[in-house]
Design a protein around this ligand. Structure first.
Ligand code: MN3
Length: 318
């Protein structure tokens, strides 16, 4: 089963200038062939389908714990897209009086020519889609779960390699602060997963995959948004993402980082501290969460009091 923590794996900046076209590019990192839906579902299904777990325990633990981290990555990419779409649909035409309507014109009219109108019309309430940068829905065809451990680990190494190319291209194409914070973090963490699958293959077969690094040749230490994560050693660490399970990952994730020579480690804490998510404001122009969000907030407040909960929401946001 999966335990859920209401935090993001890293801090994202709050909404600034909206960038709907940039958001449609970032979609590639969510629902593209090499995006986070693909890494998440590949490792998740490989772990579901894993036979003889006890016999191959360290490898099962590795794939299962990385799968859990990828769940947090789809959450992060979605939060980034939602941040970039914020401020594009905050003027509701329907609630405006006749004079205001003349002034507003069509508040969503400027969005006619954005790259992906589905962020606003169907089904989108200015929210992330499970699709790539061209609007194609993510598909289970992107999942490779052969049952053969060497095949699956080799595939996973290739998948992480392709994912790193995609992240760098998005970094270079989109300069929105949220997109840069996202790609800086994911380049570092995806790099750990690439090393993890290489080390797993080396430990299983003896093949020296360290000679393939860096692949592609991305100098993460020269990318400002990668630096804080490198300084904290996030390029060397794997998390178990469980309070008590998946303890054998250190049997395969070990040795030194092929690019820096530093020791690879298993984090003592089960999961990264991460950061609180920003509470993204309503976008009533697309009914998210409603044309009159303040009414829902009033109802929620009444229900909270009736249930004996504190007057103020108990959850936390940044
Ligand atoms: Mn990932």
């Amino acid at each position: 089963m999966i335990l859920r923590i209401d935090r993001l794996q890293t801090r994202l900046p709050p909404p600034s200038a909206p960038d709907p076209d940039g958001a449609s590019v970032v979609q590639e990192l969510l629902g593209g062939k090499f995006g986070e839906m693909s890494t998440f579902m590949n490792y998740t299904y490989q772990s579901f389908n894993f036979r003889n777990r006890q016999g191959a325990r360290p490898f099962y633990d590795l794939v299962a714990s990385i799968a859990a981290e990828e769940f947090g990555h789809i959450e992060l990419v979605s939060a980034t897209i939602n941040t970039m779409l914020t401020g594009t649909a905050d003027e509701p035409l329907l609630k405006a009086g006749a004079r205001a309507r003349r002034r507003l014109g069509t508040p969503l009219g400027d969005l006619k020519s954005v790259r992906n109108t589905q962020h606003y019309v169907a089904p989108g309430g200015a929210g992330a889609l499970v699709a790539d940068s061209m609007g194609r829905p993510w598909t289970g065809d992107n999942v490779f779960s052969s049952g053969d451990l060497i095949e699956d680990l080799t595939h996973n190494f290739f998948l992480e390699t392709g994912a790193r190319s995609g992240k760098l291209r998005v970094y270079e194409m989109v300069d929105h602060p949220a997109a840069r914070a996202l790609t800086g973090y994911l380049l570092v963490r995806g790099g750990v997963h690439q090393v993890a699958y290489a080390r797993a293959l080396e430990n299983l077969t003896g093949a020296d995959l360290t000679r393939l690094f860096p692949s592609p040749r991305i100098p993460t230490d020269k990318i400002p948004e990668c630096r804080p994560h490198l300084d904290r050693g996030e390029h060397l660490k794997l998390y178990r993402f469980s309070p008590s399970d998946f303890n054998e990952i250190g049997a395969v994730f070990n040795g030194t980082h092929p690019e820096t020579g530093e020791a690879l480690t298993i984090a003592e804490e089960a999961f990264p501290e991460g950061a609180l998510a920003n509470d993204l404001p309503p976008q009533p122009g697309v009914f998210a969460p409603d044309l009159a969000p303040e009414e829902i907030a009033e109802i929620a407040q009444r229900l909270r009091i009736a249930a004996g909960l504190p007057r103020r929401p108990t959850g936390e946001v940044a």
